[in-house]
Design a binder for this molecule. Structure first.
Ligand SMILES: C[S@@+](CC[C@H](N)C(=O)[O-])C[C@H]1O[C@@H](n2cnc3c(N)ncnc32)[C@H](O)[C@@H]1O
Length: 346
């Protein structure tokens, strides 16, 4: 396993008796999870559909939701948590952990200095009313163990559980919530993609009636595609917060179509006239070319013959090279210093 923070947590999970909970988000992958198969009394909580499927296949007990510990009950002897990228989520997990530990139960936080770990540990100390035991490791890793002494003020989780109206645009009311990528803004790249989609439709270059929004987030591309007249939209994402927000936005804006939790549409057999995608290019704190390849291949598999995909990526992502083995037509309808929009035809 390449992440020393996860490695440290896995050691604790293996060496602790009693009920244990691992909070699993973007840092985990299937191969890492399989190393925990033999750990007794282990529960996994994840907001990622791919991790949930992998845990189920490995026979691990797991719950998939938007990082809500409520259904898991109380009295864990250990809660192990690899610090996430998003501050609101980290605060939400620390706040909830206090209510789900046994009397002598421990919360173990692991992360690196440049991820804000020191600040999170000090906030958790104030909330738990205790002094953390801290061990240090390679690359300025910090692993903190906390036991609840006296509950203080909860950390600011930006009203984690609530949908918030983030934009009113083109007659659309767009809601989102913490727990997903760029949750409180409209992505600049996605706005460029929609501009290109409008141009393609207006010029009659494409005439789609069905579209797939692959990695939909709160559903910006799907909502805009419906506004531009595409009759039926399917939106899918791996992340529970994204699916929850997108479902709400479909209902709020009366979008014809459905929203599905899935790992890059792996379990979605349907094919579409158009795929819209602003793919992720990092997992946790690391960038990952394999993710781009996974999304391009999924787009190809979900297109009808003669269909096309519009992708937006940061200017340094070599999407054309990744797409070349699959798509016979690769055009670049837009580029600036930050983004490139590709039209991929099959
Ligand atoms: C850059 S965001 C784009 C969000 C949205 N389409 C937009 O334009 O605002 C990438 C999205 O991909 C999702 N994602 C990451 N890995 C995924 C996977 N394996 N399967 C499906 N979606 C995934 C993330 O949760 C995130 O919502």
């Amino acid at each position: 396993m390449s992440d020393p923070a996860l490695h440290a947590l896995f050691e604790r999970l293996r060496n602790t008796s009693g009920r244990k909970l691992l909070i699993a988000d973007e840092h985990l992958d299937c191969s890492a999870l399989l190393q925990l198969k033999a750990v007794p009394e282990l529960q996994i909580l994840t907001n990622r559909q791919d991790i949930q499927l992998c845990a189920q296949q490995a026979g691990l007990s797991s719950v998939f939701n938007d990082m809500d510990l409520t259904p898991l009950g109380a009295a864990f002897d250990l809660i192990a948590y690899r610090i996430s990228k998003e501050k609101a989520l980290v605060h939400q997990i620390i706040n909830q952990s206090a209510r789900h530990l046994s009397a002598q139960g421990e919360l173990v936080l692991a992360g690196f200095k440049d991820e804000g770990t020191k600040t999170y540990i000090s906030k958790a100390e104030q909330y738990f009313g205790c002094k953390a035991q801290i061990t240090r490791g390679e690359r300025q890793l910090q692993v903190a163990t906390l036991q609840l002494v006296r509950l203080g003020e909860p950390l600011d989780a930006r009203q984690y559980g609530e949908l918030q109206l983030i934009a009113e645009q083109d007659g659309l009311r767009i809601f989102s919530k913490p727990g997903q990528y760029g949750w409180n803004k409209i992505d600049g790249g996605s706005a460029h993609l929609i501009h290109c989609l409008g141009q393609q439709l207006q010029a009659g270059l494409i005439k789609p009636t069905t579209a797939l929004d692959l990695g939909c987030g709160y559903g910006y591309l799907a909502l805009q595609a419906a506004r531009l007249g595409i009759a039926s939209i399917t939106a899918t994402d791996n992340n529970a917060a994204a699916v929850f927000s997108c479902l709400h936005n479909f209902a709020e804006n009366q979008i014809p179509g459905e929203v599905i939790a899935d790992d890059c549409a792996a379990n979605l057999p349907a094919q579409f006239d158009l795929v819209l995608c602003n793919p992720p290019f990092h997992r946790g704190f690391e960038t990952e070319q394999a993710l781009t390849e996974k999304f391009v291949l999924s787009a190809f598999r979900h297109l009808k013959k003669g269909g096309c995909a519009l992708f937006v990526v940061n200017h340094f992502i070599p999407l054309d090279a990744v797409a070349a083995p699959w798509f016979h037509g690769i055009e670049l309808p837009f580029r600036d210093k930050q983004f490139k929009v590709f039209k991929l035809s099959c």
